[in-house]
Design a protein around this ligand. Structure first.
Ligand SMILES: Nc1ncnc2c1ncn2[C@@H]1O[C@H](COP(=O)(O)OP(=O)(O)OP(=O)(O)O)[C@@H](O)[C@H]1O
Length: 556
């Protein structure tokens, strides 16, 4: 046995890039990418990706160079998930709803050599480039055409790219290009900045191996069949759309691209393309559930919808399932490139009442097959918390698709990935007796009122049960007496005849939860501030609550 070692035939580096070659062989004539009236097949998509990789190589882009993209879910964005790393480069998708200052910081931090840009984001990119210091070599700009956008004037685009555009690169490239394979499966493949929900975005680097594992794992975990029809409602710039650009290629599916969407666009696309699968943050589920009847269209069949990214309130899950969607729920971070936990469903739960099913489904669940281990630990002792569904601790995990690290941030990396072999998520949760984890908060969001820990997620989930409530976010408000008290920011559904007052919302909560948890302050707002990935920007609300100062000391 001692002589049994890896050999040349079994040590080829793992990478999800090869999936597209197999798919082009099997499903070459099947639709790969649809955008308005444009339909590509898998053999065309493969050739376009190879042409892109070849052109990037002829422009001098080589192994390890960072190539950025600022674009919505259009076909070019999909192709870049293959074409850019096939040139050996590291793909850096940038959130197009960031401001110019943050984008310039990211471009500088990543040392990006070239950036592809959507026509509608050109002015934003120009502002960002102007903010780069003179000493910094700016990336080469390559605009992406969009025949369906009136504002995408081709001569303006060509001028902005110094004569070069995305389609010109495709045209110039070699469709038989021998793509640059990773030397090792630990070679970096993508650089993704986190959402910046809690602090400045961090540059997460993933390697080919990690992305291969998470892609295959995500296909298995969501039981993706062959040839799904997948609607792109999750931004690909967010953690590479939880790895599904590579996953849908592996399954030979059809990618339905959308530049922008609202409830009406989603319902229309579901019906037109007979969509089978889609992903979205809970905000997308909320949008579907609260859409007026006039915008809803009958579903083409059961649509599988995978949600994650922030806690899905049980009430929202319940409403979406009642509309005919089948909801899957997972939990992950940019640092895991996709889902690390999922609320794996048990057949016997189908017999439970709907509200109980939704409550169980709102739990984040168990580790996926390829995540080696997870735990909820007491940060002070490092010991596992009791499996009682009540004792809170930090969620930690280990497995083959935890990031390589944060780019140029060794301190940040060693704070997150510890010598004890765990990746510390910064999320606070509990372990239930059945081994399912439930998130209670981010460590920064826990409210400590009179020495008691209050989970903002728990208070939010009660508030979501109020029939007039559209969205809610709960944060701490400083309080001279209690230390902190619960402050709820609430937006009401449109068209509610007699929306409740702040005092009525407080009274409603006090009937349904211990008084120390119930909000002492309610602020009604037309809309809550969100990141482009649909997460409520609690730090902004926390600042607002802080600015309100302490209310008069009160007793429970
Ligand atoms: N199913 C889920 N339920 C509750 N929270 C979730 C779920 N999935 C993800 N999250 C939250 O999203 C976080 C990961 O989000 P992401 O990587 O996009 O960056 P961020 O944490 O929002 O931003 P930053 O790290 O810059 O503050 C997790 O740490 C967790 O707090």
């Amino acid at each position: 046995m001692d002589r049994m070692k890896p050999n040349t035939a079994n040590s080829c580096p793992l990478t999800p890039l090869g999936f597209i070659e197999r798919t082009a062989t099997v499903y070459g004539d099947c639709p790969s990418v649809i955008y308005h009236r444009t339909v590509f097949t898998w053999s065309q998509t493969l050739r376009r990706c190879l042409r892109l990789a070849s052109s990037l190589s002829s422009l001098g882009i080589s192994r390890g160079d960072v190539v950025s993209v600022l674009a919505p879910n259009v076909p070019a964005m999909y192709e870049m998930h293959f074409g850019v790393p096939m040139s050996g480069a590291v793909l850096n998708t940038i959130n197009l709803r960031l401001d110019a200052r943050t984008i310039s910081v990211l471009l500088r931090h990543s040392g990006s050599k070239l950036i592809f840009v959507d026509p509608l984001s050109l002015p934003l990119l120009h502002d960002a480039l102007h903010l780069l210091p003179h000493s910094h070599q700016p990336p080469r700009v390559v605009p992406i055409e969009d025949p369906y956008e009136e504002n995408a004037n081709s001569s303006v685009l060509s001028a902005a790219g110094g004569g070069l555009t995305y389609e010109k690169l495709i045209e110039m490239g070699d469709p038989e290009f021998k793509w640059v394979r990773p030397k090792s499966d630990w070679d970096p493949m993508v650089l993704n900045y986190t959402s910046g929900t809690t602090s400045a975005p961090k540059g997460v680097v993933h390697c080919h191996r990690g992305l291969y594992i998470v892609t295959v794992d995500s296909l298995i975990d969501w039981s993706i069949p062959k040839r799904p029809v997948y609607l792109w409602t999750l931004p690909m710039f967010h953690a590479n759309g939880w790895s599904y650009p590579w996953g849908i290629a592996a399954a030979g599916g059809t990618n339905v691209c959308l530049r922008r969407f609202d409830a009406a666009t989603i319902y229309a696309a579901l019906a037109t393309h007979r969509v089978t699968h889609m992903c979205g943050a809970p905000v997308v589920l909320n949008m579907l559930a609260n859409a007026p009847d006039s915008t809803r269209k009958p579903l083409p069949g059961t649509v599988q919808i995978l949600t994650g990214g922030s806690p899905p309130p049980a009430a929202v899950l319940h409403r979406v399932e009642a509309l005919g969607f089948s909801v899957g729920h997972g939990y992950g971070l940019t640092e895991t490139g996709g889902m690390a936990l999922s609320c794996t469903w048990k057949a016997e739960w189908d017999r439970l009442p709907a509200a109980e099913r939704a409550r169980l489904k709102s739990r984040q669940g168990v580790r996926t097959l390829a995540m080696t281990d997870i735990d909820v630990i007491d940060r002070a002792t490092g010991q596992s918390v009791k499996r009682d569904g009540a004792t809170m601790g930090e969620i930690v995990l280990r497995g083959g698709y935890v990031m390589l690290g944060y780019l140029k941030d060794e301190d940040g990396t060693s704070r997150a990935v510890r010598p004890d072999g765990w990746f510390y998520t910064g999320d606070v949760g509990v372990m239930h007796a059945d081994g399912y984890v439930e998130i209670k908060d981010r460590s920064k969001d826990v409210i400590i009122s009179g020495g008691e820990n209050v989970s903002s997620v728990e208070v939010e989930s009660v508030l979501y049960g109020h029939p007039a409530v559209n969205e809610v976010a709960v944060v701490a408000r400083p309080d001279d007496y209690w230390g902190e008290t619960t402050c709820a920011f609430v937006s009401m559904k449109e068209g509610v005849a007699a929306p409740p007052t702040e005092a009525e919302v407080i009274a409603w909560c006090r009937e349904r939860m211990p008084h120390y948890m119930a909000p002492k302050t309610v602020v009604l707002k037309p809309e809550l501030p969100k990141t482009s990935t649909g997460k409520v920007q609690k730090y902004l609300l926390r600042e607002m609550a802080k600015a309100m100062g302490s209310p008069r000391p009160s007793r429970m």
